[in-house]
Write a protein that binds this ligand. Structure first.
Ligand SMILES: O=C(O)c1ccc[n+]([C@@H]2O[C@H](COP(=O)([O-])O)[C@@H](O)[C@H]2O)c1
Ligand SMILES: Cc1cc2nc[nH]c2cc1C
Length: 344
């Protein structure tokens, strides 16, 4: 997949120089400064403007959930989709607070939803198959999910995309993808998800080891994606690839959305240049996953979040807005008549 390298040393230098001339001690805006440079590089300008940002929440059920890998029942997936659409979920509240448009995609939830605004149906079945019995999805379903993600993003306006997901059991799929694509021990990739206790995590790990053994050969990104699922993760992979190709800023939420970015990165290494990782989830494999996503993957927030839905991406959104405002509106030493440091 051909996603071009954004490497533009001249623009990077102009952006850094512009930030260094702002009325502040050199480097004093910390992580906001590298964020501003990144946004400038993604949007190809010294004055990046974020336009018509879109929150995209992909939902899907997981056959593997029947093996008791989550603290909550699968019905929560469709119930939470209803909650997103009714405006009562965390992501709904936060998106409203920040004036962000929210679209929910039924990628394969075990429920028939009444059509309504804000809901797209790209259903690939009533959830994936149980990956402990066979592949979670067929290669054709996997291809279709990627195409769905691409198509959904193609139809959305704006130059910024905030990604989230919902799917009981999907931390299992994300952990299996992390282990398959990085070669890290599964035990380091598996965590409590929605809140399993220690014994629950041990049972989850035993089930996931069984799944891993069954699909030991699935190390190529698309093979692994089809083996472990889920429909919502595969749809997010397509969304990341499309948004990266269109040079949108992509705000990646927690552990599961990052797993989609990891698969997309394995397919097209330059996608992560466009990705802002909103936070470090308290799901135990996320720090490891962020490390494998590269140095640009230093997450903005560390608030003990482990919700998903895109809630962290939306919480981080004002920081992206601030980074742009700093670049465009903040005075320089020259324009404000402020004395620069003495050693210059
Ligand atoms: O995004 C995260 O970091 C995150 C960490 C733990 C759980 N979740 C959410 O919880 C659900 C998956 O957890 P589980 O235990 O059912 O695998 C799914 O709906 C995710 O959105 C999300
Ligand atoms: C209630 C609930 C809300 C969620 N939002 C994302 N994942 C979730 C999992 C549960 C259990």
């Amino acid at each position: 997949m051909n996603i071009p390298d954004l490497h533009d040393p001249a623009l990077a230098q102009r952006l850094q120089h512009k930030i260094d001339r702002k009325t502040k001690p050199l480097g004093a805006l910390g992580r906001l400064e590298s964020l501003a440079v990144q946004l400038g590089l993604v949007l190809g300008t010294e004055t990046p403007r974020l336009e018509q940002p879109q929150v995209l929440v992909c939902a899907g059920d997981h056959g593997l959930a029947a093996r008791g890998v989550s603290a909550y029942p699968s019905d929560v997936t469709w119930q939470m989709v209803e909650n997103f659409l009714a405006g009562g979920a965390a992501v709904s509240v936060l998106a409203r607070q920040h004036g962000l448009a929210l679209t929910v995609v039924d990628c394969g939830v075990r429920h028939d939803f009444t059509p309504r605004p804000g809901l797209l149906v790209r259903k690939l079945g009533p959830g994936t198959a149980d990956s402990s019995q066979g592949a979670a999805m067929t290669p054709a379903q996997c291809e279709q999910a990627l195409a769905n993600g691409r198509g959904v993003v193609r139809d959305l306006p704006g130059n910024a995309l905030l990604l989230g997901e919902m799917g009981i059991g999907n931390t299992s799929a994300a952990s299996l993808l992390l282990a398959a694509l990085t070669g890290q021990p599964l035990a380091d990739c598996v965590g409590a998800g929605t809140g399993l206790d220690e014994a629950g995590v041990a049972r989850k790990l035993a089930v996931l080891q069984e799944v891993q053994r069954r699909h030991a050969g699935a190390r190529e990104p698309l093979q692994a994606l089809a083996a472990f699922g889920g429909f919502e993760i595969a749809t997010l992979v397509g969304a990341v690839l499309q948004a990266a190709g269109e040079r949108r800023v992509i705000v990646v939420d927690g552990f599961i959305s990052s797993a989609a970015a990891l698969v997309a990165q394995a397919l097209a290494p330059h996608v992560t240049q466009r990705c802002v990782f909103s936070h470090r989830s308290s799901e135990s494999g996320h720090a490891l996953m962020l490390r494998h996503l590269g140095s640009g993957a230093s997450a903005l927030l560390d608030l003990g979040l482990r919700l998903g839905e895109g809630s962290g991406a939306v919480l981080a959104w004002p920081l992206l807005q601030s980074a742009c405002a700093i670049l465009s509106e903040m005075a320089s030493f020259e324009s404000a008549g402020v004395s620069d440091r003495q050693d210059r």
